[in-house]
Design a protein around this ligand. Structure first.
Ligand code: ATP
Ligand code: MG
Length: 433
């Protein structure tokens, strides 16, 4: 029975005291993406398991260890999405987006599900914002997508970030590289974990991002793919670097980035934050030129990234970035007695119709308790209604922060309060300038 009062391990609630931060962050993401022409797409939380096996890859940690997979009552194998790219690509093919004018630029926000060991910055339900840019092969596309990710992070006040990039080549370069990796790891087969022993045959590159300390120790000295790029891939990577420089973006080349999902080709990148602990990668992405055709669509070179919103929140909180809360009520109307309560209901209706945030007592409490509550919820203004106010048609509008009051006519309440709220906003802007 204890379970009914406890969230499932690795899941978090987003409480009313924090939801404004999420709304602000998500708003900034969508707003910034719009500057680059990305439009939101929403896809289901679950897909046929095959969608992830085909795209993410069946030798990845995500597929081998982390997926929430079950049979539904109709006997279909269903998986809760561990990431959104696979579903977005499935949808883009199914709905013909990739057959129209290219590039197609989409972005998404949504929950992801991975059976991982929960710790700070690593959850079983977490949220990603991401983009997919489909049908753009030129290096300028890579720079544009990276530039968007960077702008979002900066707009959220996360400026202690570094960008690390690498190229993992195309299937052509991969052939030579796989052979070199196989040779390197075969000499150390006995030391590898069981999963990696199997990967050695099927996909030796996956050993490079194994989380086991022994495998990652061995992987540290393995050959790096950037030394095996074919001429086209090398030239593409040079182009990406030039366009990043043209956009004024600093980067570091990290030949060890391979990314944990099989679909990547050529450019891969990560943004690492100095403001959070061990799980410091806040954003990861790259190019996936073969994915759309691999999933049954046309050959459309594409790329994207995903950022973990919980990790961004950690960075924002650790840095002490203040995110605006637009939810505090404009006014709390306290009422003494039944007539005043009716008047308060009437005035709240007027105010809300005019787009002002108004609250009044709905617990039939005394005046003292009402004012205590008005303070607690951070009402900007308050007003007390009693028989005198109702008969005179006037009441005092109190600025809760400054403590000063001024009398206003009740039948002009929206105009008067609107004016006060605008004055407050101007004051705040003046302070920040
Ligand atoms: P990691 O190496 O930390 O496991 P990953 O390579 O598995 O990350 P991606 O699949 O690239 O991560 O997902 C993109 C982003 O989503 C990550 O950079 C991170 O910010 C976030 N993320 C991934 N897994 C989790 C998780 N379990 N909990 C919270 N955020 C996550
Ligand atoms: Mg992972």
């Amino acid at each position: 029975m204890a379970e009914i009062n406890r969230a499932v391990k690795g899941t978090n609630d987003i409480l009313p005291s924090d939801s404004h931060k999420w709304q602000f962050v998500e708003g900034k993401m969508l707003e910034t993406a719009e500057l680059y022409g990305f439009k939101e797409i929403r896809v289901p939380v679950f897909e046929h398991t095959e969608v992830f096996l085909r795209s993410v890859g069946d030798t990845t940690d995500v597929v081998q260890k982390e997926m929430y997979t079950f049979d539904d009552k109709g006997g279909r194998s269903i998986t809760l999405r561990p990431e959104l790219t696979a579903g977005v690509i499935r949808s883009s093919i199914e709905n013909g987006l990739v057959n129209g004018a290219l590039p197609v630029k989409v972005c998404y926000i949504g929950g992801c599900y991975r059976y991982e060991k929960p710790q700070a910055g690593r959850l079983r339900e977490f949220h990603q914002f991401g983009v997919e840019c489909m049908g753009a092969a030129a290096p300028s596309a890579d720079a544009e997508v990276i530039s968007l990710a960077r702008q979002i992070l900066c707009n959220l006040g996360i400026d202690d970030i570094s960008l690390e990039i690498n190229s993992i080549g195309c299937p052509e370069c991969r052939k030579k590289y796989h052979a070199a990796l196989k040779e390197y790891f075969t000499a150390k087969t006995d030391e590898l974990c069981d999963t990696c022993k199997d990967r050695l045959e099927r996909n030796p590159m996956r050993i490079l991002d194994c989380k086991s300390p022994i495998c990652s120790g061995i992987a540290a000295d393995a050959p790096v793919v950037i030394d095996y790029l074919c001429d086209d891939c090398a030239e593409h990577f040079e182009g990406v670097k030039s366009h990043l420089s043209a956009a004024g973006i600093e980067y570091k080349i990290n030949p060890h980035i391979v990314r944990g999902l099989d679909y990547y080709t050529r450019t891969v990148f990560e943004f690492v934050s100095g403001d959070i602990g061990a799980q410091s990668t806040v954003c990861g992405g790259g190019r996936y030129d073969g994915l759309i055709s691999q999933m049954g669509g046309p050959s459309v070179p594409s790329l994207g990234f995903a950022m973990g919103i919980e990790r961004l929140m950690l960075a924002i909180n650790n840095k002490g970035v203040e995110l605006p809360d637009a939810h505090t009520p404009d006014i709390y109307i306290a009422a003494m007695g039944e007539n005043a309560a009716l008047k308060a209901t009437e005035l709240c209706a007027v105010l809300r119709n005019d787009g002002l945030k108004a609250q009044t007592d709905i617990c039939a409490r005394g005046l003292k308790a009402q004012m205590k509550y008005a303070n607690k919820i951070g009402a900007k203004f308050s007003m007390v209604l009693g028989d005198d106010e109702i008969s005179s048609g006037k009441a005092k509008l109190k600025d809760m922060e400054k403590g000063n009051e001024r009398e206003i006519a009740l039948d002009e309440i929206s105009e008067e309060l609107g004016e006060e709220i605008r004055a407050k906003i101007f004051e705040q802007i003046a302070e920040t300038l």
